[in-house]
Design a protein around this ligand. Structure first.
Ligand code: ADP
Length: 326
């Protein structure tokens, strides 16, 4: 493969606040380095249906503060088939796109890895997901904004929970990871977090109740990760109603509001740094890596590492939540 002259950029999978800041950074850094930029709409779908447009610097004006993604996003079944990826590759060649920058989560980067294995194209991934579940980066784009949305919502629920002396189970997003639930609980002063990482290890509800959660409190809030393996907040509320009928239990599912909103300063800066670093990686001839951040330093993580490994939950954070919620 020769030198890269034109890059394609797309957002794929679940949207996350800060994706626009990343699109802006990629576009502008590419133009600064003399590269042409082609924007691909609706994720991998747009590569197959050829919804592609050349982007100039002004195409990304006034978007850094917007949530969602101006490129739209989608889940594309066709890209999961060899036939679909062949069409995507042919379209890329027709459009003279030499390298792809994919902003998305675990699934999107899995697709990118496969595509790069099958065809001689350079793919660079940016971790864009509110779940923070990608290995090889301390933070993903969108996570900080979602956390802030969660604590704002929990603060409000706390007011009513306290007034009525209720036990609230609040379900937050996170797919199969507990980062939003655990750190959301620490940041909002919640009493506990129920997370999928501990699902098979012990009964988290039982532990919460046995620890005497109501000794000196007139309200309790438990954040539950949405993971299917846990059964969601409703499952725990039903259990409490059955096993401990003395408690007045309520459930709130925060849902999609966690995906929206103007990105926080942290997410805008992270997205800007990672976006510019993606172009640096291309200029250095790097291929098939995810750009991440570790100890505030930019790192290039091979797809194989970022996708295959589970990002561990820090035990210190779990201990901290327990200690501070007495
Ligand atoms: P996320 O990127 O947020 O994890 P998904 O898991 O839904 O979201 O993946 C987004 C898209 O990435 C899918 O709709 C599909 O187009 C592509 N993708 C995911 N997994 C694969 C795979 N194994 N092979 C090819 N493409 C994939």
């Amino acid at each position: 493969m020769g030198t890269v002259k034109c890059i394609g950029i797309l957002t794929s999978g679940g949207d996350a606040p800060g994706m626009n800041a990343a699109i802006r950074a990629v576009t502008r850094a590419a133009i600064c380095n003399g590269l042409k930029v082609k924007a691909i709409y609706r994720g991998y779908k747009g590569l197959i249906t050829k919804e592609i447009e050349e982007f100039k610097s002004q195409n990304v004006s006034n978007i850094i503060q917007q949530g969602g993604t101006i490129l739209k996003t989608s889940r594309c079944e066709e890209f999961m088939t060899p036939e679909g990826r062949k069409i995507a590759y042919d379209n890329m060649m027709e459009e003279q796109i030499d390298a792809l920058i994919i902003i998305g989560g675990d699934g999107s980067l899995t697709g990118a890895r496969l595509f790069a294995q099958e065809y001689d194209v350079s793919c660079i991934g940016l971790p864009g997901t509110i779940d923070n579940d990608l290995f090889g980066t301390d933070f993903t784009i969108g996570y900080d904004t979602a956390l802030n949305t969660i604590i704002e919502a929990v603060d409000k629920i706390r007011d009513t929970a306290t007034s009525h002396e209720r036990l609230f189970f609040i379900e937050v997003m996170g797919r199969d990871s507990g980062f939003l639930a655990l750190n959301g609980a620490i940041a909002s002063g919640a009493e506990a977090a129920i997370i999928p990482e501990f699902e098979t290890k012990f009964d988290q509800l039982e532990e919460f109740i046995k620890n005497g959660f109501r000794k000196s409190k007139n309200s309790s809030i438990v954040l539950v990760a949405e993971s299917p393996s846990l059964g969601g907040a409703m499952h725990y509320a039903e259990r409490v109603k059955k096993e401990y009928p003395q408690y007045d239990v309520r459930v709130t599912i925060l849902g999609y509001l966690q995906r929206g909103g103007s990105p926080t300063a942290r997410d805008r800066i992270l997205a800007s740094r990672l976006g510019a670093a993606a172009i640096d990686a291309i200029m250095e001839g790097q291929r098939n890596v995810m750009i991440g951040i570790e100890d505030d330093q930019i790192v290039n993580v091979p797809f194989s590492k970022a996708i295959k490994n589970d990002k561990p939950i820090e035990q210190d954070l779990v201990n901290l939540l327990k200690e501070l919620s007495i």
